[in-house]
Design a binder for this molecule. Structure first.
Ligand SMILES: Nc1ncnc2c1ncn2[C@@H]1O[C@H](COP(=O)(O)OP(=O)(O)OP(=O)(O)O)[C@@H](O)[C@H]1O
Length: 157
């Protein structure tokens, strides 16, 4: 399978689910944990990338998902997709963010129910940020634009 990643010029070839090679420099290979093709469904991508992230959080670890790419490359589609619910259910075409939160809160409810006797309670904190033109915006509070970078235990406060 060859991918046109620069306009109409095909420059990369997908060797397998982990490796891309650069046409013209076939010895130059780029290796990733997983390479999703452009036809992958929102659901499948969530299973590959989002679900393991939520399971990580359920184990008490921090997780971060980062969408990076040129304009029009599909960042918003991937992260949000079609967020309009159908009869109270997620749209088949909804993206990573609604799927992650639905799965996370379902998992939390199940765990709290299973461990009711221990009165287990989960506490979640999340940030949802956009970096555009070197400016940071809090997407949960879009009026908070141009946030300052801070270095320390928590990177951005
Ligand atoms: N995998 C896909 N399947 C179908 N449509 C897609 C897919 N990826 C992107 N699109 C469509 O391509 C267009 C551009 O995608 P999108 O807005 O997500 O790009 P973006 O990277 O967020 O761009 P920008 O940086 O300019 O905000 C949109 O109309 C989107 O619906």
């Amino acid at each position: 399978m060859e991918r046109a990643l620069q306009g109409n010029v095909t420059c990369l070839k997908q060797e397998n689910a982990q490796t891309l090679s650069w046409l013209g420099h076939p010895e130059t290979r780029f290796t990733f944990d997983h390479i999703a093709c452009e036809m992958i469904s929102q659901e499948k991508l969530f299973k590959v990338a989002g679900l393991p992230m939520v399971e990580n959080c359920m184990s008490g670890y921090n997780s971060c998902m980062f969408a990076y790419g040129q304009t029009g490359s599909g960042k918003t589609y991937t992260m949000m997709g079609n967020i309009h619910e159908i009869d109270g259910n997620l749209n088949d075409d909804c993206g990573m963010t609604p799927r992650i939160f639905e799965y996370l809160f379902t998992r939390i409810s199940m765990e709290e129910e299973c461990q009711r006797d221990e009165k287990l309670r989960y506490s979640c904190k999340c940030s949802f940020l956009e970096i555009y033109n070197e400016q940071i915006t809090d997407l949960l509070e879009p009026s908070s634009t141009n946030l300052q970078r801070r270095y320390g235990e928590r990177c951005i406060c």
